[in-house]
Design a binder for this molecule. Structure first.
Ligand code: SAM
Length: 753
């Protein structure tokens, strides 16, 4: 059956600068952005996802294929400009939920669909009153399915990774199920008297997902209060005394205003230690510190000074700039990697010594400084025996035993004897996470009872069986609260550093890897600053509140190369980039906690002990026994996926595929194109697609991930249609040869040099 498919806007023109500017702006938005619901790596900006989908769905007014005769060139240009205007409005963050703007876009999509149906009258699948559904088989953090839902399509998201599936459930599947319901949880006591509009009568109406969002906030608050009752004693405040001010060894006049007050701790700063390599100091645990500065802000400098006394040492916290700031900034580090200096003997501590100490279980920690909440400023205090003992007293009932992969490129802690995901936490951090995990179970039961008491029906059907009564609602709440716990884990592991200019805790995933951190900051999960649990719940609530919660959405676990969910659906997708990110390995950090808290809520999805790895479509040599095998695995899997998309996708709409691009990729020694790109394009073309358009998108949402060499900065959207049977073909060898000669320059030109 021949399907008439008019050229789509994306195959002709796009207001690219407007899209790229909006996508870049979106990076700085934190409040309510889906990236703050749960971490995912290499997220697409919503602006790009929304614009691409729109332009892929609307017909180009030019009528190049003769399907839309009757318009002069000028008329067509005018109409195209009107579509551009819709895109310009659509991509703005502030219009994310602007119904006027969105409805204009939806109307244009419906109009194009009706035109297409008219051209294909009588053919199955062309019902002018029923838009085709949408599918993203590599949904990840869910930007693309979310935008499809916002534009009025029934959205289907799938991913191999259960963590990604849960993120998509939280964004597109759950909110529409419970849309329009008021919250069931009791109002937070403090809100009843609060004058703040955002807390008291948080919302005037409970349309969309607002009721759900408010419940995330209310039960998140309840959990924090309960957690404080149960484990608050592990996080005591520090009382400031006159003796601290008058300390003859280190007078601290800056503490005078606080004398007699108990200050809440924001972070405990620890240094890892090993036994000194110098035989004379073999009995001393010497610190491995990468930076002694606590604050580098001009006029607010503070630092730690190690003071050696006989054959021991202590840490002093000093206010003001050190004599040698550069030396303080180097800590006890001699050079990059695990190379330090013994503070007792000045002997070098080589990495081999650290490996061997760590492997023998002789790596320990020592408290270096304490950061407290002052009056609109941070107060830096020296460590105390008492504080150290309290931390060491904590005894977790459980810890994740899953092993980290043996892949130092992404995971260096195993080199230092930290082999399991549980080893990445202090006992106190584990106690906090265990407590929160137990509280999620208790919160769910409370939600169920509260929901029943306000009259929500009791069908006893859980969420995973399609329920939408009290039980299912309690399951749904559990998911958002577990996401807040994951945020707590992200800000509460021993891989979190202290940020000397932002005076806060740097999350575990500063980048797409888990590198070793020598001196780490332990947050206060029941306090008020970064890393506290309630903050995570509040952020989740803000995101939920913004969810479209309109047409139905579905998220499921599927291997993209073996699914048939794409059948008859519009496809826009963003596959993994060759060997760039090890999603499955990285996400185990969160999976273990999600499974602990929600194993019975999502029994199928969370049944495996860790995230499934074997079918993950990345070219990971350590998983496939070498580079070549990894490339073959990637090429075959990607080709199978592309074949199924090429065969199954809705016939009148092109498929759009994002592919990330790294500048460094075109600079390999042989002057060839990147293996990633080459292999990927080979899969696309080999699957039977022809590329009818390419668009460089300059920005990719990197959120708070640090810029580093492998950060993905730009990507290219390929617009693909099944190749006509009569099209010419060339051999694989010729294809590769042509790619190698053409691709580097073409990519540079497209990206803008
Ligand atoms: C580039 S990310 C998608 C990011 C997403 N567009 C966003 O904005 O967050 C690629 C996704 O492919 C998933 N993936 C890897 N192998 C897969 C497979 N065989 N089947 C389905 N999904 C897979 C990864 O888990 C990851 O979430």
């Amino acid at each position: 059956m021949i399907i008439k498919s008019p050229k789509k806007l994306i195959e002709v023109a796009l207001p690219l600068d407007d899209i790229n500017v909006a996508a870049a702006r979106e990076k700085s938005i934190r409040h309510g952005h889906p990236s703050t619901l749960h971490l995912w790596w290499a997220r697409r900006p919503l602006a790009a996802a929304r614009a691409v989908l729109f332009a892929q769905m609307v017909n180009d007014p030019g009528g190049e294929r003769g399907y839309k005769a009757g318009l002069t060139k000028e008329q067509a240009n005018k109409k195209r400009e009107a579509l551009f205007d819709i895109i310009r409005d659509l991509v703005k963050w502030e219009n994310t939920n602007n119904e006027t703007v969105l409805e204009r876009a939806r109307a244009a999509i419906r109009e194009s669909w009706r035109e297409t149906c008219e051209m294909n009258k009588g053919k199955p699948g062309f019902d002018p009153d029923q838009l085709p559904a949408f599918h993203d088989p590599f949904a990840g953090g869910g930007a693309i399915p979310l935008e499809a839902q916002r534009l009025g399509l029934e959205a289907h998201a799938s991913d191999l990774n259960p963590v990604a599936v849960l993120i998509n459930k939280a964004m597109i599947e759950i909110p529409p199920k419970f849309a329009g319901r008021p919250p069931v949880g009791p109002e937070i006591e403090a809100d009843k008297t609060s004058k703040k509009k955002s807390s008291h009568d948080a919302f005037e109406d409970w349309s969309g997902a607002r009721g759900l969002a408010e419940d995330v906030r209310r039960y998140g608050h309840w959990m924090r209060e309960e957690a404080f009752k149960r484990i608050g004693h592990l996080y005591p405040p520090v009382e400031i005394t006159q003796a601290m001010v008058d300390n003859p060894a280190n007078p601290r006049p800056d503490l005078q205003p606080y004398v007699g007050r108990k200050l809440t701790v924001i972070a405990w700063l620890w240094a890892r230690t090993v036994k000194s390599p110098n035989p004379a100091y073999r009995h001393v645990d010497v610190p491995l510190v990468s930076n002694f500065m606590l604050s580098t802000k001009k006029g607010k400098e503070a630092y730690v000074e190690p003071v050696v006394e006989g054959d021991s040492y202590r840490f002093e916290v000093r206010i003001g700039a050190p004599d040698d700031t550069e030396a303080a900034k180097s800590g006890t580090k001699l050079s990059r990697g695990a190379n330090f200096e013994c503070i007792m003997s000045r002997s070098p501590i080589e990495s081999e010594h650290i490996y061997s100490e760590a492997k023998r279980g002789r790596m320990d920690t020592r408290l270096m400084a304490i950061v407290c909440e002052g009056d609109r400023s941070r107060v830096y205090l020296p460590p105390s025996m008492e504080m150290e003992e309290i931390a060491r007293k904590a005894q977790p009932a459980w810890q994740p035993e899953n092993l980290m992969p043996n892949n130092p490129r992404w995971f260096s802690p195993p080199l230092y004897g930290l082999t399991t995901y549980g080893d990445l936490f202090t006992p106190r951090q584990l106690v906090a996470l265990n407590t929160l995990s137990e509280l999620i179970t208790e919160a769910r039961e409370r939600v169920r009872i509260d929901a029943l008491s306000v009259g929500i029906h009791d069908d006893g059907t859980p969420l995973h069986q399609g329920g939408n009564g009290a039980k299912a609602y309690s399951d749904a709440l559990g998911l958002y609260l577990a996401f807040a716990l994951d945020k707590g884990a992200n800000y509460g592991s021993t891989l979190c550093a202290w940020h000397q200019t932002r005076y806060g805790i740097v999350s575990t995933f500063g980048r797409q890897a888990l590198p070793m951190v020598w001196d780490f900051a332990e947050a206060n999960p029941v306090g008020n600053s970064s890393g506290n649990f309630y903050q995570g719940a509040l952020q989740a609530a803000k995101v939920v509140e913004q969810m479209p919660a309109r047409s139905a959405g579905y998220a499921s676990q599927q291997n993209a190369s073996e699914q048939n969910l794409s059948e008859g659906k519009v496809i826009s997708t963003d596959p993994p980039y060759y060997d760039n990110i090890g999603y499955a390995d990285l996400s185990d950090f969160f999976y273990v906690w999600l499974r602990r808290s929600l194993g019975d809520t999502f029994p199928q999805l969370l049944q495996t002990i860790s995230v499934p790895k074997n079918e993950e479509l990345i070219a990971a040599p350590y998983r496939h026994g070498g580079r070549e095998q990894a490339e073959t695995f990637f090429l075959n899997g990607m080709r199978r996926t592309m074949q199924s998309l090429c065969r199954a996708s809705e016939g009148s709409t092109p498929v759009t595929i994002y592919y990330a691009f790294r500048q460094s990729e075109t600079r390999s020694d042989e002057g060839t194109a990147s293996t990633g790109w080459e292999t990927f394009l080979e899969a696309v073309v080999g699957a039977g697609f022809s590329v009818t358009g390419t668009w460089p998108m300059r920005t990719e949402y990197t959120g708070n991930l640090k810029k580093n060499v492998s950060a993905l900065a730009s990507s290219i959207v390929l617009v693909c249609r099944p190749r006509e049977a009569t099209a010419e073909s060339i051999s694989r060898k010729d294809f590769q040869r042509e790619l190698r000669s053409e691709l580097p320059e073409a990519l540079e030109t497209m990206i803008g040099g």
